[in-house]
Ligand binder design. Structure first.
Ligand code: 2AM
Ligand code: CA
Length: 271
């Protein structure tokens, strides 16, 4: 059944993600190196990040002043309506800095702690994915209308294409590289996209058989997790646990179970 509240939250999330995506796309200096005369490129990106989060929280609070927020750039309010927004204004920051296309705006809404709406806009890919709990996952592209997303039927594990990410902390990424080194002979290959939210959408769209990463925050995965699940993927953390900071795994049924087990055996969650 279509819940009118969920439809309202979806429309708001889509508008917020669209506007923030346009701000980030249009506001990125063509040559970030030029900005170095005034401030470091990282400062410019951080400014854009903060401006995008403010745009999103202002827009949503203007429509729904009683909702709570959790945002990567510091938005954190409880709210009184039972709805909380979980926002990553710029996921894939390093790609954005370098001018690579894989970055996104991720906006999710939770109702009484349960994810009900997720939107991931990836402007340089010309695609926005969305999901509403119980209503499937969908993509809207620049050149096509809405298309329903379904994860790819599981191939044999040794034919699975799996994406991952590496942490900013050198010791952590070194350990992650060791895990990937052990995993790679068991798979078709590994990808490293750079935006967790986009990776989760790619699992949903059947463009990847699976994805795993450790060290994610709620705003990295809130929208993408719902999109992947609504597209038929399984998501989780270490065996028996939900996806989270220790480990996030998302994959087609049949790839998910062996991938999660291999990651457990390889100690992929370690810190
Ligand atoms: P960010 O671009 O918003 O920082 C990269 O592998 C993915 O993981 C990105 O989605 C990135 O989000 C996210 N991420 C979050 N925390 C991270 C961390 N400590 N190190 C690396 N990536 C992190
Ligand atoms: Ca992020």
């Amino acid at each position: 059944m279509t819940d009118p509240l969920h439809s309202e939250l979806l429309a708001l999330a889509q508008e917020a993600a669209r506007r923030a995506g346009a701000l980030l796309r249009d506001g990125r200096p063509a040559d970030l190196a030029v900005a170095r005369t005034k401030s470091s490129p990282i400062d410019v990106v951080t400014e854009m990040d903060i401006a995008a989060e403010k745009l999103i929280t202002d827009l949503i609070a203007g429509h729904r002043p009683d909702d709570g927020f959790l945002g990567e750039e510091g938005a954190s309010t409880e709210g009184t309506s039972g709805i909380r927004w979980v926002v990553d204004p710029l996921d894939g920051t390093v790609n954005y800095l370098y001018g690579l296309p894989t970055w996104s705006v991720s906006v999710a809404a939770e109702q009484d702690g349960e994810r009900v709406v997720g939107v991931v806009a990836a402007p340089m890919r010309g695609e926005t994915c969305h999901a509403v709990r119980g209503r499937g996952a969908w993509a809207t592209g620049a050149w096509e209308g809405e298309r329903r997303l379904a994860c790819r039927p599981a191939p044999p594990f040794d034919q699975a294409l799996v994406s991952t990410g590496f942490n900013y902390v050198t010791e952590v990424r070194t350990h992650q590289a060791e895990v990937a080194h052990r995993l790679i002979p068991l798979l078709r290959d590994i990808r490293r996209g750079g935006s967790a939210a986009v990776d989760l959408c790619d699992v949903a769209a059947g463009r990847l058989d699976g994805y795993y990463e450790r060290g994610l925050h709620p705003w990295d995965l809130a929208a993408g997790d719902l999109i992947a699940r609504e597209a038929g993927a399984l998501t989780g953390g270490r065996p028996g646990l939900p996806p989270g900071h220790d480990l996030t795994v998302a994959a087609a049924p049949g790839v998910f179970e062996p991938l999660q087990q291999h990651l457990e055996n390889l100690g992929a969650w370690h810190d």
